[in-house]
Design a protein around this ligand. Sequence first.
Ligand SMILES: Nc1ncnc2c1ncn2[C@@H]1O[C@H](COP(=O)(O)OP(=O)(O)O)[C@@H](O)[C@H]1O
Ligand SMILES: O=c1ccn([C@@H]2O[C@H](COP(=O)(O)O)[C@@H](O)[C@H]2O)c(=O)[nH]1
Length: 206
Amino acid sequence: MKKPLLIGITGGTGSGKSTVSTEILKSIHEKNVAIIEQDSYYKDQSHLSFEERVKTNYDHPFAFDNDLLIQHLKDLLNRKPIEKPIYDFERHTRKKETITVYPKEIIILEGILILADEEIRNLCDIKIFVDTDSDVRVIRRIERDMKERGRTLDSVINQYMTTVRPAHMQFVEPSKKHADIIIPEGGYNKVAIDIIVTKINSILGK
Ligand SMILES: Nc1ncnc2c1ncn2[C@@H]1O[C@H](COP(=O)(O)OP(=O)(O)O)[C@@H](O)[C@H]1O
Ligand SMILES: O=c1ccn([C@@H]2O[C@H](COP(=O)(O)O)[C@@H](O)[C@H]2O)c(=O)[nH]1
């Protein structure tokens, strides 16, 4: 039996990674695709106080439980279901519940540090970098974090300047060199999405 195809989608915060994944999903039958967000694999921090959790650098590779992520990717590639963790961005820790993800022909893995990790990127069959200017990304981030992640403007700006931006320059931006495809402006780049969907369909034999 053929191995499922793993597509890694990376790029800075707010670049449009989730939008690209969703756009791909819209064009391929849901029964064929599983989406794994690297964000779901932030380490469990329930043993820390809220004040301590806020101090974590969430843009450094140490923030992620990549061992669990890699194990889950290998399970899905071996056609075994997984229990995907659920991360709570307001409480900065994992929830108790998990989501069962069943193996599919296509697995999309999206997150800021997918191509920065050698073991993860070596598992990916197609490596995509969503490339969006930092001014656009930071505006999107302010809007999203204030609306959806319970943050204040001050906290978003402070986090961006102290950890998000330096880690982006140290880890995310250099990982672009590992990409097979670079998508400018992300989610609504119809031509790029069509090319990826055509490739996926050819692999699915359609
Ligand atoms: N090409 C685009 N044009 C306008 N808005 C976009 C575009 N791509 C994404 N967005 C919006 O920007 C925000 C961040 O996009 P998202 O896909 O969640 O980024 P990421 O997953 O990389 O953090 C979302 O509100 C999304 O709707
Ligand atoms: O508790 C947390 C965990 C993560 N973050 C931030 O999330 C982004 C990654 O998600 P994107 O959807 O790619 O933006 C990362 O830059 C972390 O700083 C957080 O703020 N709090």
